[in-house]
Design a protein around this ligand. Structure first.
Ligand code: HEM
Length: 469
């Protein structure tokens, strides 16, 4: 049998792999988890240079195979219900709760299809005026000063996403905003989210105020209670629910139309909680990386500025800024993708093999964990020409790099990110407004928080100057 094929060979329990199948190189080491968490980029790069794109580690205990080649990524992304199961730490699974898309694989595709209309297509396009307005209002206060990049972006991203996902306005000065809700201010809500987020990666599954996990679970309960009250208030309002107004409205309208369908009250509360959790930190971190990369390469900055001039003309104003304009910003889109390639915010799929499989002549044994890592896939010369260079042009049609399973910042296959289009729109609008309003300069090399989501540290500053554009 020729095993050098991308076809997947599934082994039945007790069946042995063909003799010529190889197991991935490298022995798992007890300190791999520490090295990976301390600096995932370095961990992936060093091992890739030494062993190639597929290697064994001891990350998170047991045997965890890191993969980066397109065929191995494809195998990792598409095994649900056939030969893989989700393999996240116990603390993370508890934080997700049973209504995330990572639980109940048998319900996954039905749930994902039901959620998609609130985050994609015409509904997403309808969110653009709000995204535009919040970004414009948020960054206009940035002029002529040094700003701490992450806190400034994070604040705006929370203001963009909370109304779109939780369906509440965030106006603290309006006394009706938090009326009847168990949280009394935006600051309190944001703090609860932070505590919840920290709980995801607590090492000890011990429910106590002394552990990040314990505090996270407590914050989770409060946030669910909060969402319950938001929903009750919304249902008590007069008039029909407009399903395209926000993610919450989409789910409530669907529930009203089909009370026995997928949208139970508990699912709705949990989905609001989870979508804001995932999107807020991923988007804040990513937008900062984008602003940093554009500031680092003056020629790219100039080309982006020219593109803005061509598309928006000199007489730009926020009302002119439409979905059609966004579509035309192809060099900006390529720059966003190149930032996602060079500074991917997170790893992707973490899956456990429930059966042994052979792909490309490599044996992956039942019980091993798989992690598909953009930090490997994105530095492979087989996937990207001269991968060490920052070149947005690689994503333009002439070069057309970034093919499926080779470019994986949003994962791929069955669990591909449901918010990828939203992330692209928010980052595009953000960069576009910045390019229209300011020049900016970076202030040296930033330090990054490396795990669980890569992001520039809070104290990193950029210098902002008004632009005459
Ligand atoms: C730069 C921003 C983002 C990045 C880098 C990112 C990355 C990812 C990745 C890598 C996965 C796959 C995880 C896996 O296979 O285990 C994923 C899944 C997911 N993401 Fe995102 N994400 C981003 C923004 C968002 C936003 C804005 C939303 C929603 C508002 C969102 C919602 C989801 C959901 C629901 C899934 C699970 C899909 C499923 O299980 O089928 N993400 N994301």
């Amino acid at each position: 049998m020729n095993l050098q094929t991308t076809d997947l060979l599934l082994l039945a329990d007790g069946e042995t792999a063909p003799g010529e199948a190889k197991i991935p190189p490298r022995k798992p080491k007890w300190y791999d988890t520490f090295n990976y968490i301390a600096n995932p980029d370095r961990f992936c790069r060093e091992n890739f240079n030494k062993y190639g794109p597929i290697f064994k580690t001891g990350v998170f205990g047991g045997t965890t195979v890191f993969v980066g080649s397109a065929t191995a990524n494809k195998m990792t992304f598409n095994g649900d219900n056939k030969y893989t199961e989700i393999a996240l730490p116990a603390t993370t699974m508890e934080m997700f709760g049973e209504y995330s898309l990572f639980q109940r694989p048998e319900l996954h595709s039905q749930r994902k299809a039901a959620l998609a209309p609130g985050l994609t297509g015409a509904t997403l396009t309808g969110y653009i005026p709000h995204i535009n307005n919040i970004i414009y209002q948020g960054i206009k206060t940035w002029s002529s000063q040094k700003i701490q990049l992450y806190p400034a972006v994070d604040k705006i991203s929370f203001d963009i996403l909370t109304p779109l996902l939780l369906g509440i306005s965030l106006n603290d000065s309006d006394s009706t905003t938090f009326k009847g809700l168990p949280v009394s201010s935006k600051a309190e809500l944001k703090a609860l989210y932070e505590t919840y987020f920290d709980g995801f990666y607590g090492l000890l599954k011990w429910e106590s105020p002394l552990t990040a996990y314990g505090r996270g679970i407590k914050a989770r309960k409060k946030l669910i209670e909060f969402m319950g009250a938001v929903i009750k208030r919304r249902l008590g309002e007069s008039g029909n629910i407009n399903p395209t107004q926000d993610f919450l409205s989409m789910m409530l309208a669907s529930q009203q139309e089909n009370p026995d369908g997928i949208f139970s009250d508990t699912l709705i509360k949990n989905q609001c909680l989870l979508q804001l959790w995932g999107s807020h930190y991923e988007i804040s971190g990513f937008v900062c990386s984008l602003i940093y990369q554009v500031g680092k390469y003056p020629q790219i900055f100039q080309r982006l500025r020219q593109e803005q001039e061509q598309i928006l003309g000199e007489n730009n104003n926020i009302n002119q800024f439409s979905p059609e304009h966004l579509k035309q910003m192809i060099f900006l889109e390529a720059t966003i993708k190149e930032t996602l390639r060079t500074l991917p915010p997170s790893p992707t799929a973490t899956r456990r093999l429930t059966k042994s499989v052979v792909v490309d002549g490599i044996l992956y044994e039942k019980g091993w964990t798989l992690i598909a890592e953009p930090r490997i896939a994105h530095i492979m010369p087989e996937h990207f020409e001269q991968p060490e260079k920052f070149e947005p042009e690689r994503f333009l049609p002439e070069r057309n790099e970034g093919q499926m399973y080779k470019f994986i910042p949003f994962g791929g296959g069955v669990h591909a990110c449901l918010g990828a289009q939203m992330a692209m729109i928010v980052s595009k609008v953000f960069a576009s407004h910045l390019l229209q309003m300011f020049d900016w300069k970076i202030t040296g090399q930033p330090k990054f928080v490396q795990f669980p989501i890569k992001r520039i540290r809070d104290d990193y500053q950029i210098e902002i100057r008004g632009s005459n554009f």
